[in-house]
Design a binder for this molecule. Structure first.
Ligand code: ATP
Length: 349
C-alpha cells in the first residue's frame, strides 16, 4: 500500500525550478532513496515532504490525507538533522528526550521511550555523555534516536552519513538498514552517493535537474539504465557510440557488436559494465581486439584498461583476481573482448 504520495510537486526559487513536476509513491515500511548530483533538487523535495518548504504546485498525501498545507510539526513525518544539530549542553538522554518533553511527556513513560530508542541505536551505555564526549558515529546514532523516539510514520534523512569517514559510513549503512527493518518505519534517504543508495534502498528515484530520470529497484537501475545519464551515474560503464541498423549494433571502425534485439534503428550508444566484459588471449569469435594499456590490482578484482583502435576511450574490464589471465596482464599485450548480447544495453539518449 502506498503510504506517502508525492503528486506533481513543483518548487521554484526565482528563475530556478528546483523540483519540476515530481510524482512518486512510497510504500509502507519501504527504504526509499532519492539520488542525484549536487543541485538536482533532492533536498528541496525532502523539505517539501517534511513541510519546511511550500510547493508551488502539487500535493503531498500521507495515508490518503492531504498534508500539503499542514505545518511541519503537525506532520507524522520526521526529518533527521545532521548530528551537529544535537544540543551540546545536554546529555545523550536529554537530547533524545527533548522532543517528547515538548509534547508534554514526563516521568516513567518518558524514560521508557528514551531508553527504548537508545537501545535501538545501541547507545544505552552512553546516556549520560555530552555530544562532545562522543565519536562522530555515536553522535549520528543519537541523532537517529532523537528522530526515531517520536515514532514517525516516515523518517526523512538528508545525507545521514555524509560527515562520516568511509569505514564508519559502511558500518552505519548496515545499522541504518537494520534499524529500518526493525522499526518498520518508511525511510526516505537523500544521497549523492550511488553506492549508498544501491546498498540501502528498496527503490531509488534518480533525479537530474529537478526531474525523475528513473525510478527503479537498485538492480533494475544497475542492469537497465534508461539513458546515458543513469548509466553513467550508477557504477562504472563502458560506452561505445554507434548506430542500430538491421537489428544489430554497428560501431564505426570497430564493427558489429553483441547487443540485445528490439531497439529501433538509428544513432545510439552501447553500454556494457566492466565486470561483464570477457577478456581472452585468443579470438574465439570475440567481438573486439585490443591492447592492454594497464591493469590495477584491487584485492578481489583486477581492473584492466584496453585500448581499442577507433574508440576514443579505453575499454574497462573487471576480472576476478582468481581469473587465470588476471595475474599476467601486461602493458601492450594483445587481448580480445567479448560479452553476452543480453548483458549490454542500447541507449537512445
Ligand atoms: P546538494 O546535493 O548539493 O545538497 P540538492 O540536490 O539537494 O543538492 P537542492 O538543495 O534541492 O539540491 O537545490 C536545488 C536547486 O535549487 C539548486 O540550484 C539550488 O541552488 C536551488 N535552491 C535550493 N534552495 C534554495 C533557496 N532557498 N533559494 C534559492 N535557491 C535555492
Amino acid at each position: 500500500m502506498s503510504l506517502l504520495q508525492i503528486d506533481g510537486i513543483t518548487k521554484k526559487f526565482g528563475p530556478i525550478t528546483a523540483v519540476d513536476r515530481i510524482s512518486l509513491e512510497i510504500k509502507d515500511g519501504e527504504f526509499f532513496a532519492i539520488l542525484g548530483p549536487s543541485g538536482c533538487g533532492k533536498t528541496t523535495l525532502l523539505r517539501v515532504i517534511a513541510g519546511f518548504e511550500a510547493p508551488d504546485e502539487g500535493h503531498v498525501r500521507l495515508a490518503g490525507a492531504d498534508i500539503t498545507d499542514l505545518k511541519a510539526n503537525r506532520r507524522p513525518v520526521n526529518l533527521m538533522f545532521q548530528s551537529y544539530a544535537l544540543f551540546p549542553h545536554m546529555t545523550t538522554f536529554g537530547n533524545v528526550a527533548y522532543g517528547l518533553e515538548m509534547e508534554g511527556l514526563r516521568g516513567a513513560d518518558l524514560k521508557a521511550r528514551v531508553t527504548e530508542a537508545l537501545a535501538m541505536v545501541r547507545m544505552s551505555d552512553y546516556a549520560a555523555r555530552k555530544p562532545s564526549q562522543l565519536s562522530g558515529g555515536q553522535r549520528q546514532r543519537v541523532a537517529l534516536a532523537r528522530a526515531l523516539v517520536k515514532r514517525p510514520k516516515v523518517l526523512l534523512l538528508d545525507e545521514p552519513l555524509g560527515a562520516l569517514d568511509r569505514k564508519l559510513r559502511e558500518q552505519m549503512q548496515i545499522e541504518l538498514k537494520r534499524l529500518q527493518q526493525d522499526t518498520g518505519i518508511a525511510f526516505v534517504v537523500v544521497t549523492h552517493d550511488q553506492e549508498e543508495a544501491l546498498t540501502l534502498a528498496d527503490r531509488i528515484a534518480l533525479l537530474d535537474r529537478g526531474k525523475i530520470v528513473q525510478l527503479a529497484t537498485p538492480r533494475e537501475l544497475y542492469d537497465k539504465p534508461v539513458n546515458r545519464f543513469a548509466a553513467d551515474f550508477i557504477g562504472l560503464m563502458n560506452f561505445i557510440d554507434g548506430a542500430v541498423a538491421r537489428s544489430g549494433f554497428e560501431a564505426p571502425g570497430v564493427g558489429r557488436l553483441p547487443a540485445p534485439n528490439g531497439v529501433a534503428d538509428g544513432p545510439a550508444a552501447l553500454a556494457i559494465r566492466p565486470e561483464r566484459v570477457r577478456l581472452t588471449e585468443n579470438a574465439d569469435g570475440a567481438a573486439i581486439q585490443g591492447q592492454v594499456e594497464g591493469a590495477a590490482f584491487l584485492g578481489q578484482d583486477v581492473i584492466a584498461h584496453v585500448l581499442v583502435p577507433n574508440l576514443p576511450r579505453p575499454m574497462v574490464a573487471r576480472l576476478a583476481a582468481g581469473h587465470p589471465l588476471s595475474a599476467k596482464l601486461a602493458r601492450g599485450q594483445q587481448v580480445w573482448l567479448n560479452w553476452q548480447a543480453d548483458q549490454a544495453v542500447i541507449l537512445k539518449d
